[in-house]
Design a protein around this ligand. Sequence first.
Ligand SMILES: Nc1ncnc2c1ncn2[C@@H]1O[C@H](COP(=O)(O)OP(=O)(O)O)[C@@H](O)[C@H]1O
Ligand SMILES: Cc1ncc(C[n+]2csc(CCOP(=O)(O)OP(=O)(O)O)c2C)c(N)n1
Ligand SMILES: [Mg+2]
Ligand SMILES: [Mg+2]
Ligand SMILES: [Mg+2]
Length: 332
Amino acid sequence: MGLGEFERIDRFFAPLSQGAGGAFGLTDDAALLPEAADGSAWVVTVDALVAGVHFLPDDPPDLVARKALRVNLSDLAAMGAVPYGYTLALALPKGLPDPESWLEGFARGLRADQDRYGIHLLGGDSVSTPGPVTLSITAFGSVARGGELRRSGASVGDDLWVSGTIGDAALGLGVLQGTLRVSAADAEILADRYRLPEPRVALGPALVGLATAGLDVSDGLVQDAGHIAERSGVALRIEAAAVPLSPAVRRCIDSSDPLRHDALSGVLTGGDDYELLFAAPPASRDRVSEAAAAAGVQVTRIGRVEDGRGVRVMAEDGRPLQGLERGGWNHF
Ligand SMILES: Nc1ncnc2c1ncn2[C@@H]1O[C@H](COP(=O)(O)OP(=O)(O)O)[C@@H](O)[C@H]1O
Ligand SMILES: Cc1ncc(C[n+]2csc(CCOP(=O)(O)OP(=O)(O)O)c2C)c(N)n1
Ligand SMILES: [Mg+2]
Ligand SMILES: [Mg+2]
Ligand SMILES: [Mg+2]
């Protein structure tokens, strides 16, 4: 006989709440959040992940756990918030072959990233499902009141910046699904970036007071840029050639048929990047660079904010890049 619901909570989850007094060791009906620090506000976000939709059904459970946590930490960073803790709702298929070893790996992944990001599990729910593994994490963080980074606020003349590199994860998914062939070394690099995003937890808070608008790129650079454009009531112009690419992604693009834009459009619209896209005035360039250097993150200027509406991605010849109609992921 395997472990029941409450033994599973005791064994795998309660230890992850140690250190957060308000979690009561996961023995009560709900958790208490402490008072927000003076002048700070709580920030809360939730993202759900479904096997076969957000991760591959046979992805290792520790990486599933860490990805679920990290995509939420990415949304906190996008608001300029410092992470505090999280709750977890987990639905496991009754027919999962070895649920205890899956849970052991899953909890190990949570532990690794809790330690890395200095956060704790505050509570959750454990249920069974006739469907695929499904989980939802709600993450809490804090930001100086009024300092939160919104999608609105970009002004004509601002620079448009992005952190890290774009497209690795989307091409990594293609590699894992067998639709993209690359060298074994590049396959590993790209697949790793798909399975384990790097939320920009230090950069986000460092942009408070510098960025005029921002978000994290989850659905695809072009589509997510569209959210800033819409909420700010401006147009965004992106120079495709300026978008930062890792060497592995550059090799994919260089080896794809120059008459087709498959690899490049996959990069610009594929999503799963979890990089920060933000606007800031040209007068702040040096301070943005210093903030990024202090956060240990590369940032690149990829365009600017203009009068108008929508997103225009320009090719090197100065004409709009074609084939980006589907700007990113849409669930429905
Ligand atoms: N089912 C829902 N109920 C309430 N709010 C939702 C729901 N789905 C999305 N939202 C809200 O809509 C906005 C856009 O959501 P989403 O595209 O998921 O943002 P993100 O890409 O940052 O996760 C967010 O403010 C989110 O909180
Ligand atoms: C197996 C698999 N297929 C496809 C994708 C691509 N994909 C699925 S959802 C998504 C967008 C991000 O997920 P969403 O639920 O929209 O997160 P949010 O924008 O709310 O942060 C992408 C790019 C994937 N990550 N994994
Ligand atoms: Mg979301
Ligand atoms: Mg987001
Ligand atoms: Mg989305």
